[in-house]
Write a protein of this length. Structure first.
Lengths: 129, 465
């Protein structure tokens, strides 16, 4: 016998949509508000910066000037800033487990739902199955 | 074709119009993605240097070629609105489909927000150049999203024809800039000395890290299959439009890297908001600056336009299947568009466009896209196993299976690691979001879904079931 889904009232529909919205906005904004988001570069400014001291050759100096930047001190931070790619192995393992675990969870639960769909669409292969 | 649940409201019985051809599919795919050449890709240079930016460009190109090959086969066979969502529903199961639907909506809505941010940033830059600094960007962000949502509301043919025109202009602008530089129109010559003087400022790890934003060159090309219910001949138009699109983008991406890396110091390029426009500024040629300004505006509008189109189709499809409230599954009685989904997603795009930094929004979009590409790997294997080649008719069969799938999985794993290197917290937050949403769907939402109605393709029972 075909599964007859429950009827959902308007309030419950709105509740479901709001739930998804809160989850979505939270996923982006919670790390932002906690100051955990993004990969900030760390500037390593040098004393008395000149184009040469900042490693900019003649051609690159012309490019900076064409971009409207003539004072090397104004881009001291930009040129000397670098990302820090050091990481903790524990964090990497947590990342791997969460991604792999997520896909395993979704595929397994999907498979249970999929079998119900097929049984209803094509008829059950197993008595009482 | 559209499958309408028995007790759906009357407006839901309407179907989307089949009015699009291969050129529209190309315009949809390239339109969403071409903005990646105008902004965002250059963060890959910042993450690893100039060579890393080029390697990321080509490695990501390989990843997306695999995506296009796999997607063309499955979509030419599962031709339904929602694209990969409909694929997941028929091949893996409802919960996977719900997740894929969310990947699509998140990736496209975030990309739409990123486009709107870029429009505001570019107008602010140009206002500053003309002596009117301090422009308020927010009204332009709101205006861009509202106008494009209105266009989408009014009809798909006009929307994608508009895209076709502005994408062609944006692509032509890249080619014109390239030839103009080659024929000496730039006051500043190309200089690639950083390639030899500072080839890999972060070593090989920088190449891996740069793959994060290398995806931005092509992100969204898979959106072509969202139009599956609105093209006249899905089996022909979708593979043709998608493959033509990825070829266009590979050319545009390589030209873009070449011009920008040769004209802009890598330290500036790695954080620039509008790199192609900046390259035009460096040439000192006013006509090229105007052309690339128009190209950037058109590319961002085309991308946001395509994103509204695709996100709303995915949201609409989930509403139609009751994965979300069925209210979203309605088609407009006159314009034949998923109008409620279009309108509903407008404020969500605005929340992100007005409140979050560009790199965060881009990362959110990339992560959702990346999860979708990872899904494609096992989806393809399951598709071939459940319905071997001789059991159902396919519009297109991609060659060398399972090689593209294996390559795609390896590249996706590398890209996850690349995102982890700089944005590990966002990655974990994103995974938490999808895990909680999955549990919510399985244990709460799925009770409102009709089981048998989920499988609408005229295929035999899958092997092994």
């Amino acid at each position: 016998m075909a599964y007859e889904p429950k009827k959902q009232g308007l309030a419950a529909q709105i509740f479901d949509v709001v739930t998804l919205l809160v989850l979505t906005v939270g996923a982006l904004y919670v790390p932002l508000y906690m100051g955990l988001a993004g990969a900030a570069k760390t500037p390593n400014p040098i004393e008395n910066p000149t184009w040469e001291a900042l490693g900019q050759n003649a051609a690159e100096q012309r490019q900076w000037e064409a971009l409207g930047i003539t004072d090397p001190a104004s881009v001291n931070d930009m040129i000397t800033a670098r990302f820090d790619y050091s990481f903790s192995w524990a964090a990497l393992i947590i990342m791997i487990v969460s991604v792999v675990g997520y896909f395993v969870l979704v595929v397994r639960l999907s498979d249970r739902e999929y079998r119900e769909v097929l049984d209803e669409r094509f008829g059950s292969k197993r008595k009482g199955g | 074709m559209a499958n309408i649940t028995n007790d759906a409201a009357k407006p839901e019985r309407l179907q989307l119009l089949r009015v699009l051809g291969p050129a529209h599919v190309w315009a949809l795919g390239v339109g969403i993605v071409l903005v990646g050449e105008y902004m965002g890709w250059n963060f890959a240079v910042g993450k690893g240097g100039m060579i890393a930016g080029l390697v990321a460009c080509w490695v990501a190109g390989l990843l997306y070629t695999c995506v296009a090959m796999i997607d063309s086969e499955v979509t030419s066979t599962v031709a339904a609105a929602g694209g990969q969502y409909a694929q997941a529903k028929h091949i893996v199961g409802p919960l996977m489909a719900f997740n894929v639907g969310l990947f699509l909506v998140m990736a496209y809505t975030m990309l739409e927000a990123a486009n709107a941010i870029t429009v505001g940033f570019l107008l602010d830059t140009v206002a500053g150049m003309t002596g009117h600094s301090g422009l308020h960007q927010q009204p332009f962000i709101v205006l861009a999203i509202m106008f494009l949502a209105w266009l989408n509301y009014r009809g798909v043919l006009a929307t994608l024809t508009f895209n076709l025109v502005i994408v062609a202009v944006a692509f032509t602008a890249i080619c014109v800039l390239f030839f103009a530089i080659q024929f000496g129109a730039s006051n500043v010559p190309l200089d690639f000395s950083a390639v030899t003087e500072e080839p890999l400022p972060y070593g090989w790890l920088g190449i891996v890290a740069s793959l994060h934003f290398g995806l931005w060159y092509y992100l969204g090309i898979e959106g072509t299959c969202q139009a599956a219910e609105e093209v006249r001949s899905p089996a022909r138009s979708l593979p043709y439009g998608t493959m033509a699109g990825i070829m266009t983008l590979l050319i545009a991406a390589t030209l873009t890297w070449y011009m920008c890396s040769g004209l802009i110091p890598w330290e500036y390029l790695g954080q620039a908001g509008t790199p192609l426009f900046d390259a035009a500024r460096v040439t000192g040629n006013v006509w090229l600056m105007v052309l690339l300004f128009i190209g950037t505006i058109f590319a961002t509008l085309a991308s946001a336009n395509g994103c509204i189109n695709d996100a709303s189709r995915a949201w609409f499809s989930m509403g139609r299947d009751r994965y979300l409230p069925s209210w979203f599954g309605a088609v407009h009685p006159v314009y034949r568009t998923p109008y409620r989904s279009i309108v509903f997603l407008v404020p969500i795009a605005l929340i992100f466009a007005l409140g979050a930094p560009l790199d965060q929004v881009v990362t959110f979009s990339i992560l959702s896209g990346l999860l979708g590409y990872t899904f494609m790997t096992f989806n393809m294997v399951m598709f071939r196993r459940k319905w071997p080649l001789d059991t159902i008719k396919r519009g297109y069969v991609h060659p060398f299976h399972p090689l593209p799938t294996i390559i795609l999985l390896i590249l996706c794993s590398s890209a996850f690691f690349a995102v982890f290197l700089g944005y590990g917290t966002q990655l974990i937050a994103m995974m938490c979001f999808y895990i909680i949403a999955s549990l919510w769907f399985h244990f709460r939402r799925y009770q409102y879904v009709r089981r048998g109605d989920q499988f609408t393709m005229p295929w035999p029972r899958p092997q092994g079931y």
